[in-house]
Design a protein around this ligand. Structure first.
Ligand code: VG1
Ligand code: CO
Length: 545
């Protein structure tokens, strides 16, 4: 049996977005659609012959079929071996760790993250490089260019691999090692956190928590780590079984989509002290206290301010980075601690160089992403364990920890308004009109606020000097408030407009306002400047986080 060369017609739409190539399942089932993209990756990445590839996904519909195809193509491409998560399951952070641990050339992660799954939902694929992180822009660009010229792909003959059974198999001479999806990741967590202290907290009568895996990939990880290893009572993990359609929901850990968890924590007499959730591929996290929501931006700031209480960060952190739309709360911590801090474009790929160069230890995004130098992806369960370690150390509530943080650093009121599935043309026109307006905005006054500057964010990577343009429109007010406009790069239907609002409040007596009320003026200005309703026909956002 020999390697087959299959002729195909190239596609022109395989441009990866913020995090890999994401399309509807139907789109992925077009003839050889997946194969074309995989071949484009294999043609672009240098040094494949004899190297190790990590492979796994979030368990969504089409995961298993896609894995069988990729295994056969990997064998044809000449990989030395593939390390595969059992049943085709690997969370994004676990895959990132395995790439580093096994010195792989990279990994393929099958996920569309928080997008809905199932035959009517979305599928996705991304390539991570040898540092464990998402492919940088130059590489995703090169893969896209290659995809447009794929007229054939190479594949080994069909030989179904039993994905559920641990062991080593062989496919056309290439070994496939099916490993436990959790073990290595759990060992990494154990090397960073005080598991004894966390276990004592989780087993204490006075402490009750829920972790919502949203029927996505963190289920097996959370069951093993929180319940089996750390001894949290059974039932601590909700929706812990990965389902191909995530039970019909959006596996997106925010106030809008993790409704059940929100209801438990926000009940008038809630019995829970801590709530957390993660997304489809396990890289996002939401942190809740009793009747208390921690914004992801604040979460990063709190973790940074308290990092030395955690064994893995006892010797201090090198610096902090946040994506541009993330609130400036982490900057305040960096300034106070005398640490370098960085503002990068949206998407985890921009943190990779800073982490590799040792210039930062912690980083995060407003979109429920937090992580550190232990991997090169955001890491949902890591953030949950960090918070648990902090709670165990401080013997204080989530709310008190955050309120004390605000008292010390001031509070950055923050919210993101998403207008989903709007008309693509309208969205582009709105952005174009905004760009036209930018030069005239500086110096303009809106009520009590004056625009200090307004620009189209561009980023120069401080490590390799590469420049990324058009990363979002910023309106910066003289009092530190900000409005940011961006179009999403992960959606699959029309366009999604994201409006990010931020206002700083130093006065502790004013830290109790309702977030949307505190930001109401900024929202009015956003509407006035961007004419959202006129362009999109929408009066209000679909999702507010
Ligand atoms: C969104 C978030 C961004 C995040 C990206 C991938 O991108 O805003 O911060 O890095 O999703 O996260 P966009 O382009 O739609 O705003 V994940 O958990 O979907 O891999
Ligand atoms: Co994700």
């Amino acid at each position: 049996m020999t390697i087959q060369t299959v002729t195909t017609t190239p596609y022109n739409d395989q441009k990866p977005g913020t995090s890999g190539l994401r399309k509807s399942v139907k789109h992925f089932k077009k003839p050889d659609y997946l194969q074309t993209f995989v071949q484009a990756i294999f043609n672009t990445v240098q040094g494949i012959e004899g190297s190790t590839l990590i492979l796994g996904g979030d368990g969504r519909y089409f995961n298993r079929e896609a894995i069988q195809i990729i295994l056969r193509m990997a064998a044809a491409a000449g990989f030395g071996r593939v390390i595969l998560g059992q049943s085709g399951i690997l969370s994004t952070p676990a895959a990132s760790h395995l790439i580093r641990q096994y010195q792989a050339i990279g990994g393929i992660i099958l996920s569309a993250s928080h997008n809905a799954g199932g035959p009517e939902g979305d599928f996705g694929i991304k390539f991570n490089i040898s540092n464990g992180g998402p492919a940088p822009e130059q590489l995703t660009e090169a893969i896209y260019e290659a995809s447009k010229g794929i007229h054939s792909y190479q594949i080994a003959p069909i030989q179904p691999i039993p994905l559920d059974k641990l062991g080593t198999y062989e496919l056309h001479g290439m070994p496939i090692e099916i490993i436990d999806s959790v073990t290595d990741y759990m060992a990494l967590m154990e090397s960073l956190f005080d598991f004894d202290k966390i276990a004592a907290l989780l087993q204490a009568d006075h402490f009750k928590m829920r972790f919502d895996a949203m029927h996505a990939v963190t289920g097996p990880y959370a069951h093993r780590i929180l319940e089996e290893r750390l001894g949290a009572p059974k039932g601590t993990v909700m929706h812990g079984q990965p389902l191909a359609n995530f039970g019909g929901g959006h596996p997106d850990p925010n106030q809008a989509h993790a409704k059940e968890l929100m209801a438990l924590l926000f009940a008038r007499k809630s019995e829970f002290d801590f709530g957390a959730a993660s997304d489809g591929d396990g890289d996002r996290n939401m942190i809740l206290g009793k009747q208390f929501f921690v914004t992801p931006s604040d979460s990063l700031a709190v973790l940074a301010a308290n990092a030395t209480l955690i064994p893995g960060y006892r010797n201090g952190i090198a610096g902090i980075a946040r994506s541009m739309p993330t609130s400036q709360a982490p900057d305040r911590v960096a300034i106070k601690l005398g640490l370098p801090y960085f503002e990068t474009p949206t998407g985890w790929k921009f943190f990779g160089n800073l982490l590799d160069a040792g210039r930062i230890t912690l980083c995060g995004e407003e979109s429920f992403g937090t992580s550190s130098s232990h991997v090169r992806e955001k890491d949902g369960l890591w953030a949950v364990l960090f918070w648990l370690n902090l709670l165990a150390e401080k013997q204080d509530s989530v709310e008190n920890i955050v309120r004390k943080h605000w008292a010390e650093y001031g509070r950055n009121y923050y919210s993101r308004h998403d207008y989903e599935e709007i008309d693509l043309k309208a969205a582009n026109e709105l952005i174009a009109a905004l760009l036209d307006k930018l030069p005239s905005l500086t110096g303009q006054t809106f009520g009590a606020l004056t625009v200090g500057s307004a620009d189209n964010f561009a980023y120069t990577d401080p490590v390799d000097g590469s420049v990324s343009q058009n990363q979002g429109i910023r309106i910066l007010f003289t009092d530190g408030s900000r409005i940011i406009f961006r179009l999403s790069g992960t959606g699959t239907q029309g366009a999604t407009l994201r409006v990010y609002l931020e206002k700083y409040e130093a006065d502790t007596n004013k830290h109790d306002q309702d977030v949307q009320e505190a930001l109401a003026d900024l929202l009015t200005i956003a509407e006035q400047v961007a004419q959202i309703q006129a362009f999109t026909g929408r009066e209000a956002a679909d999702v507010i986080t």
